[in-house]
Design a protein around this ligand. Structure first.
Ligand SMILES: Nc1ncnc2c1ncn2[C@@H]1O[C@H](COP(=O)(O)OP(=O)(O)OP(=O)(O)O)[C@@H](O)[C@H]1O
Ligand SMILES: [Mg+2]
Length: 594
């Protein structure tokens, strides 16, 4: 496996560019076009000062130039130059956007397949920053800087070539400033790189505060936490502002410094040129001198841009490397080969320990449990006992610290994940819906069969509500189905589990948000669904588990009791204490208004 540290900090710029190459060089002919057009555009540059020489020497002085040739040369030159610029620009956009699309696509594909631990390490806003903005900024800055580099490089070469041809001694003077220039560029670009990295982090933090305040907008208002949140945001905003100013200072220093360097060269050249022209028999003409100075002055623009090129390259690389780092730091979920169309549904937890943090208590400690195919098992216990943790192991959203879980006798890591997860229908404690239509949410991952969607909604007792919606099952639900009540969302999650029709059913507090009447109706549907399926139910309302074949009582990560509800009640142990203590207070008898 590549070492992520090494992968994100390769030594040279060349190496770093090479790692990005696969995304930006797949269309070689576009590159050829871009570079070809750039080359043509660059070659037209010295032609402009070159035009002055015959114009001044022959046109004015000796009146030998035919008049028609002047517009022909000028218009012709600018047409070629313009066309070349257009083609180069377009090809550049092609390269950038194609590369960006590919990289973004790969990143998103990586995101949806990544091991779930990624999401505890990186926030949603940081990930969306990487995939959406950083890639965009990086690709456009980098590619345009590279093309600029080649354009200005070629222009520079063409102009220098022309200058050499005009007067090589003078031209050599220009090169005396080169070492100074390169040193300035190196120092400043190093500083820019570290500032860019820091700014990325600061931008993430800022976006994270916004994300959180959107999610928790009600709580923030209810608790009057606005001032606190504004303070938090402003502190981060200030940090970002400082960093932005620092990096502006670094990049803005580049221009005047290079200009001073250029002016040194320019003044030297002017002095020497004038001295040379005074020598008799030097062959110097006014046209030649004007052409030289014009070409000289034309050097400044590309030199200035070349001096600045480190800036966008550095920024672009830093941004794209963040994308690459995501690729490297987000390993895909590991899986095996085992595939089965439909399992029998035998589950077994063997000596399972789950330890979230090394210092704290284990969330699950040496759990042994086996569930027969078709059996309905209820998990009860105080909050934090480890019920959800036990369940999260099944779809491998979590991997045990030690021990193994088996499905139909095959350890979970040996299963092909798709096949494993197809066997599980789950209504979890926190219902999450996509911002899409009701039908799409119910049939998630499959093409909606409208009749089946309707049946599932009916069974989940949500159909009466859906009928009141103008667009029925095509209604868009909004962000996390905000347009539904808590209980309606839960029934929608149940409809989704019904639609999946999997051999193993997992209900983690699936009916906790429902009123008695809805719960009774949904319970009937669930009861029917449980027939012939292995079912795990977690419930605080002990009434909802009356029909379970077996009740498992958990306490602080351990199984402390198991048996049928009646047996356990008769035994007067942990289960009966739970019931008496009021975890079961919400039972059919006591739920009636008193
Ligand atoms: N992602 C996590 N990181 C660290 N600790 C965790 C994580 N998830 C759960 N825990 C801890 O593991 C223990 C068991 O949590 P779990 O969610 O399994 O409880 P539970 O029995 O489902 O409780 P509840 O009835 O409240 O849903 C808790 O002490 C909890 O703090
Ligand atoms: Mg739980």
């Amino acid at each position: 496996m590549p070492n992520p540290r090494q992968a994100t900090h390769p030594t040279s710029i060349r190496q770093r560019l090479l790692r990005l190459a696969p995304y930006f060089v797949h269309q070689k002919w576009v590159w050829a076009l871009a570079i070809g057009a750039t080359l043509v555009a660059a070659l037209t540059e010295p032609l402009i000062p070159a035009l002055f020489q015959p114009l001044l020497d022959n046109g004015f002085a000796e009146n030998q130039l035919p008049l028609w040739s002047i517009p022909l040369a000028v218009i012709g030159l600018f047409t070629v130059r313009g066309l070349a610029h257009f083609v180069a620009q377009y090809a550049l956009a092609r390269i950038t956007n194609d590369g960006m699309e590919k990289l973004r696509g790969d990143l998103f594909a990586k995101l949806v397949r990544a091991d779930v631990s990624l999401f505890s390490r990186q926030s949603a806003s940081a990930l969306s920053n990487t995939v959406v903005y950083e890639v965009q900024i990086g690709a456009s800055q980098l590619v345009s800087a590279l093309i600029g580099l080649s354009r200005d490089g070629f222009t520079l070469l063409a102009l220098v070539g022309y200058l050499m041809w005009l007067n090589w001694q003078l031209t050599l003077v220009v090169f005396t400033v080169a070492p100074g220039l390169s040193w300035i560029m190196k120092v400043l670009s190093r500083r820019l790189y570290s500032l860019t990295k820091e700014s990325q982090k600061a931008t993430d933090d800022l976006a994270y505060v916004v994300e959180e305040n959107v999610l928790a907008h009600r709580m923030v208002r209810l608790h009057g936490a606005q001032a606190q949140q504004i303070g938090r945001f402003n502190a981060l905003g200030q940090r970002l502002r400082r960093l932005a100013l620092k990096s502006t200072a670094a990049s803005a220093a580049m221009t005047p410094l290079t200009q001073i360097m250029s002016s040194i060269a320019l003044s030297l050249v002017l002095v020497i040129a004038l001295v040379q022209s005074r020598e008799v028999g030097s062959g110097a003409t006014v046209g030649g001198f004007v052409a030289f100075i014009t070409a000289m002055l034309m050097l400044i623009a590309p030199i200035k841009r070349l001096a600045d090129v480190a800036n966008p390259i550095t920024r672009g690389l830093a941004a794209l490397e963040r994308g690459l780092a995501l690729m490297h730091d987000a390993p895909e979920e590991t899986q095996g080969q085992h595939e089965v169309e439909r399992v029998r549904g035998a589950l077994e937890w063997q000596d399972i320990t789950v330890q979230f943090n090394p210092e704290g208590d284990a969330a699950l400690a040496h759990i042994d449990l086996s569930v027969r195919p078709g059996e309905t098992v209820a998990l009860v216990g105080a909050s934090g006992a480890g019920k959800s943790t036990l369940i999260q192991l099944l779809p491998r959203f979590l991997n045990p610290s030690s021990g193994q879980v088996l499905l139909d006798g095959v350890p979970l890591p040996m299963w092909q994940l798709g096949s494993l997860r197809r066997q599980l229908a789950m209504v979890s404690q926190d219902v999450v819906m996509l911002n899409d239509s009701l039908a799409v949410n119910v049939s998630l991952g499959q093409t909606p069969d409208r009749e089946k969607v309707r049946q599932c909604l009916e069974a989940a007792n949500l159909w009466p509500h859906v009928q009141t919606l103008a667009q029925g099952i095509d209604t868009d639900l909004g962000h996390n189905a905000n347009q539904l009540s808590g209980g309606q969302r839960q029934r929608l999650a149940i409809a989704r589990a019904l639609y999946k029709d999997a051999p193993i059913l997992i209900l983690d507090e699936a009916t906790s948000a429902l009123d008695n009447e809805s719960e009774r109706l949904v319970q009937e549907a669930l009861q029917k669904l449980m027939q012939g399926r292995t079912t795990l139910i977690v419930a605080h309302r002990l009434s909802t588990i009356e029909h379970a074949d077996r009740v498992i009582v958990m306490e602080r990560g351990r199984i402390v009791e198991q048996g049928t509800a009646t047996e356990l009640l008769a035994r007067g142990g942990a289960y009966s204490r739970l019931r008496q203590r009021g975890d079961g207070a919400d039972t059919a008898q006591t739920r009636q208004p008193s």
